[in-house]
Design a protein around this ligand. Structure first.
Ligand SMILES: N[C@@H](CCC(=O)N[C@@H](CS)C(=O)NCC(=O)O)C(=O)O
Length: 264
């Protein structure tokens, strides 16, 4: 039995869950509550010393890194194949996975922590805030979170995150003008990997920034949302607390994005 350590709203965890579902692979999901800091528990650190989710366990083997995990699932999983047929489409898929790992993933963290996660962090005591950062093994992640918890949407790294997403959405729009899915005519790992990130853009009420210029990505998202994997692996996992965290998002994030992109 495969075991996936993940988090309810974790974009990387969702990437793995959606792939498991799309591959028809049975698994046991073990929730790591990132808000409670369970990723820093000594037992979990023996599995994943990076103190992040997801972690996949297959028998005695531990597989880390969401993009590696989904390619592992492709390798062990039966049909349907989520690997494009042509070498060129495979290259497109791998490029998409690479780009989602970096810079899209850190940009997503920046935008999410600057908005949805900031109010809860600001309610912590100074000691709790200090402890949160002290446990974090990755200094780059720590620096990004510190900047946006301090300055919110005014943090300079927010502008970069918005520009990063602007380029990604526009490139996806161009790709979708050529074929139905991100890396060719069929649904692939590229679509599974992009799903949580576009879902997050939607949760941050950022779609209005691109909806007029990029109708194909909106159409792609509608098709992705209609797949059974979306309801089962994303919507059904959300707790009332998760939903409440994103309820604080108003139009100010989209307004800021338009200002950054010079599209008032
Ligand atoms: N490169 C890693 C990134 C994993 C990652 O950043 N996971 C986030 C959730 S999406 C996390 O566990 N964050 C814990 C924290 O911020 O303390 C992967 O793709 O697996």
């Amino acid at each position: 039995m495969l075991i996936l350590y993940d988090g309810t709203t974790s974009v990387c965890g969702i990437k793995a869950r959606v792939t498991l579902f799309e591959k028809g692979l049975k698994f046991e999901s073990r929730n790591i509550d990132l808000r409670k800091g369970e990723q820093f528990a000594p037992d979990y650190l023996t599995l994943n010393p990076n103190a992040v989710v997801p972690t996949l366990i297959d028998g005695d083997d531990i597989i880390l890194e969401s993009s590696v995990i989904i390619q592992y699932l492709e390798d062990i999983g039966p049909a349907p194949s989520l690997l494009p047929e042509s070498p060129l489409d495979r290259a497109r898929m791998r490029l998409c996975l690479k780009r989602i790992d970096d810079p899209i993933h850190p940009a997503t963290g920046t935008l999410t922590h600057a908005t949805a996660f900031r109010p809860a962090f600001l309610k912590k005591t100074p000691e709790e805030q200090k402890a949160h950062f002290a446990d974090m093994p990755d200094p780059a992640r720590r620096a990004r979170q510190e900047a946006v918890y301090r300055d919110g949407l005014e943090a300079p790294i927010v502008a970069n995150a918005i520009r990063t997403f602007d380029k990604f959405v526009r490139d996806a729009e161009t790709a979708l003008a050529q074929h139905d899915y991100l890396a060719g005519p069929a649904y692939s790992l590229a679509d599974a990997a992009a799903t949580p990130y576009i879902t997050r853009l939607n949760a941050l009420k950022l779609f209005t920034v691109w909806q007029d210029d990029c109708p194909r990505i909106i159409d792609w998202y509608d098709r992705i949302r209609a797949r059974p994997s979306y309801q089962a692996m994303i919507t059904d996992y959300l707790t009332a607390e998760d939903i409440a965290r994103f309820d604080v998002i108003d139009d100010s994030t989209a307004e800021k994005a338009r200002e950054i992109l010079g599209r008032k």
